[in-house]
Design a protein around this ligand. Structure first.
Ligand code: HEM
Length: 415
């Protein structure tokens, strides 16, 4: 597996300080307070009355650069933008710094990112706005006051130049980190595919032999063995055949990790019954009580994958169960057209700092190192759930168990 990139701050650097994201912290960091709000309100009448003049100057500037004019080819769009920008700048002067204010700024960023307006162009627009406002405010000034205001305007331009140059370095770094992360994902994916191809063949041959040996033993000695032993051998044989089919399915799903699978109406109750039958010997062995509460719904999904998902989650719950009175409860709740299955065990649970890793391929939890497993089961589970348009997540309380949730779309009622 590729190694993780090292933290550029050095090996022993602690956790990164959280960015300032809360609005009150942002305001505090900028020292933007009530006095500023008051002053902005005082500016608003003059600046709003000059809003038309600003957009005219602004658009002359934008049209004089091909880099910005390219975004403004349509008169209707320009008219809409002028209005949107005027409203936006007016709301800045209203200075109602609340959630809606934040959300609106986010929408502008999203809209710009979508059409390809980069931060340099956006910052340049604010520079234009500040230059315009400063000129308007300085109209009555003369002498040293005017000279001082002009110096401030030049300083402002230099500051915008610096900000835009430096921001580019931030974006460059962010893009590089993303590229590195993507490379790691592609590499891991390629290795995973190779691993799946190589191991599927090696696993299927001994499985077929095992299944045949079980069948032979039953054919030859069924009469001489207790019924219970015959049942166990039969169940081992079924499981071996099913595992072989599962390996084919998993290989297929690994090869088409991002493709959606066709979705049919599947009776999840039946799939759950089949799965429970498969793990019954394991439940018996560890004396675990399994309860499926209520009737499970019909969902839109892929039957084979659903069986595998249930099998992975149930067999994990059994495998890691550490209590003498082991319990697994399964239920499903309906939420706005979705079915949320919950598989709840009273096993050892998962520590909070390991929760995020449980679905990562080959990442085994520290506490599970001694228990056999490939570290792929939950990764495949997640992949298969997502291929069916669903979601899987886990909640856990160390010491008293875990709840694995699988969300799948509810099937529409029969016509
Ligand atoms: C002071 C700077 C600017 C402000 C305050 C601003 C404001 C806005 C707002 C409020 C929207 C609508 C967002 C939404 O969908 O809710 C928007 C969208 C957009 N802006 Fe800006 N903008 C600025 C600079 C620019 C510049 C410099 C350009 C082009 C050179 C530009 C081009 C666009 C475009 C193309 C859209 C998408 C419009 C659409 O498809 O409807 N903006 N902007």
């Amino acid at each position: 597996m590729p190694s993780q990139p090292e933290d550029p701050r050095g090996k022993d650097a602690g956790p990164r300080p959280a960015p300032i994201t809360e609005l009150p912290r942002r305001l505090a960091y900028l020292e933007l307070d009530e006095t500023d709000r008051q002053r902005l309100h005082e500016l608003a009448p003059l600046l709003n009355s000059r809003a038309d003049a600003f957009v005219e100057t602004f658009y002359r500037h934008l049209f004089s650069f091909p880099e910005t004019a390219q975004f403004l080819q349509d008169d209707e769009l320009v008219a809409r933008l002028k209005k949107a920008q005027q409203d936006h700048l007016a709301s800045m002067l209203e200075a109602e710094w609340n959630d809606e204010y934040v959300a609106q700024r986010g929408r502008v960023g999203d809209a710009h990112a979508q059409v390809g307006i980069n931060p340099q162009i956006f910052l340049g627009a604010y520079n234009q706005y500040l230059q315009f406002c400063s000129r308007e405010l300085c109209l009555g000034l003369e002498g040293e006051s005017l000279a001082c205001a002009k110096r401030m305007l030049s300083l402002q331009k230099a500051v915008f130049l610096d900000i835009s140059l430096t921001l580019e370095a931030y974006f460059h770094q962010a893009t590089q980190s993303l590229r590195q992360a993507l490379d790691l994902v592609y590499q891991a994916n390629a290795e995973l595919r190779q691993f799946a191809q190589l191991t599927s063949h090696d696993l299927k041959t001994p499985l077929a032999t095992m299944a045949n040996l079980c069948d032979e033993a039953l054919d030859e000695f069924r009469e001489q063995m207790p019924e219970e032993a015959a049942e166990l051998i039969e169940s081992a044989s079924k499981r071996a055949f099913r595992m072989s089919a599962t390996i084919d399915e998993l290989l297929h799903s690994t090869m088409s990790l991002h493709s959606d699978v066709p979705r049919d109406v599947v009776d999840s109750g039946l799939v759950m019954d089949e799965t429970v039958e498969l793990i019954r010997p394991l439940l018996k062995q560890k004396k675990i009580q399994l309860n499926v509460r209520g009737e499970l719904p019909h969902v839109l999904g892929d039957r084979a994958r659903m069986r595998e998902i249930f099998y992975n989650l149930l067999s994990n719950a059994v495998k890691f169960s550490d209590k003498s009175d082991g319990r697994i409860d399964v239920d499903c709740t309906l939420q706005d057209g979705d079915c949320v299955f919950c598989i709840h065990d009273n096993g050892p649970g998962i520590p909070a700092d390991e929760l995020e890793r449980v679905f990562v391929p080959f990442r085994r939890l520290a506490s599970h190192r001694d228990i056999p497993g490939s570290g792929l089961g939950l990764y495949f589970t997640k992949t298969m759930v997502e291929q069916q348009g669903g979601r899987v997540w886990v909640e856990s309380e160390p010491g008293s168990g875990s709840r694995f949730y699988v969300l799948l779309q509810q099937a529409p009622p029969p016509a």
